[in-house]
Design a protein around this ligand. Sequence first.
Ligand code: SF4
Length: 366
Amino acid sequence: MSQIAASVETTFAEIAAKVVQGERIGRVEARWLWVNASDEELRSLAGRVRGRFHPAGSCTYMVMRIINYTNVCVAQCDYCAFYKLPSQDGGYVLSHEEVFAKLDELLALGGDLAAFNGGFNPHLPLSYYCELFAAIRARYGDALEFYALTIAEFMYLADHAKLSYGEAAERLKDAGVRWVTGGGSEILTEEFRARHSKFKYTVAEYFLAQRAIVEAGLKTTTTMVIGFDESLEERLEHLERTRQFQDETGGLASFLCWTFKPYFTQIGGIEITTAEYLRHLALCRIYLDNIPRIRTSVLTQNQGALGGLNYGADDFDLPIEDEVTQKAGAIVSLDFERILNYARELGYSPEYRHVSLGEPRWLAKS
Ligand code: SF4
């Protein structure tokens, strides 16, 4: 990632004083921190901001599964190792029974969150999604929750059905959907999208769609992926746009950042280090002062992600499947206790949370 020299007129003490007083930092200060602050300095400032939202030593987690209901996609992002074009062999669409089997297995493993993530499949009409989600709600009720699609798929679905984003959101809501996750955002700059995923959407469209989702009364989240060829300025632009959207709508329940897995992708490359990921998490926590829940990615960083709790994160998933990242090199472990023990060794007491209730499951049930 390219780095730009920060202003020599700023000092750590000045930025720290602002953060301690609860003042917001801007891009100049974030740039300065990234270039000049030590790991310890970033950790301590991120810990300060985390402490405004969460007691020391607390953290939460969920056991979840990403259900890749189709791998057929026409978007052709050059960082994706998952998709098949409609004309290629190897494309699939899961049946209701196959989805139910995956959900049953999730429940059996102690999880209760599924996230649907597939491709831009031109053969799937809106009715496929509405019937699938309605069937899940009818079969499982509140025993599990699901993120129905990412914003990126939601946009494709709406456009394909010739509906406005607001109309599409209402249709999903009528089918029992409560969440559309902010996945598929990668880096939210128009330049990044033009370089890597020009058939996906523009950043302006992304936020229009997410606003429609919030206005329809659905819940949503926000995400970021780092480790492509993005510049520091692009990372900061992504954070600025996200913070601004949250100022305007208050609709973002959480922020999750993960790292690009390059294996078998068109652009390839080398993974960034866990140390760089943790520094970035700290910067996100400091910058996104209006999003209480900052999540660290076990899916792409394995046990190294737990170090993120010391860099401002307060929450994580224990995933049991995600074909998209697994195809590009991610490794999933079902040894949940081993992963939770890493958090305990760092001095944290992880508690399970139910995504819709937003609190530990046993508290929610009492
Ligand atoms: S990242 Fe998603 S939208 Fe892009 S090619 Fe892969 S499946 Fe399609």
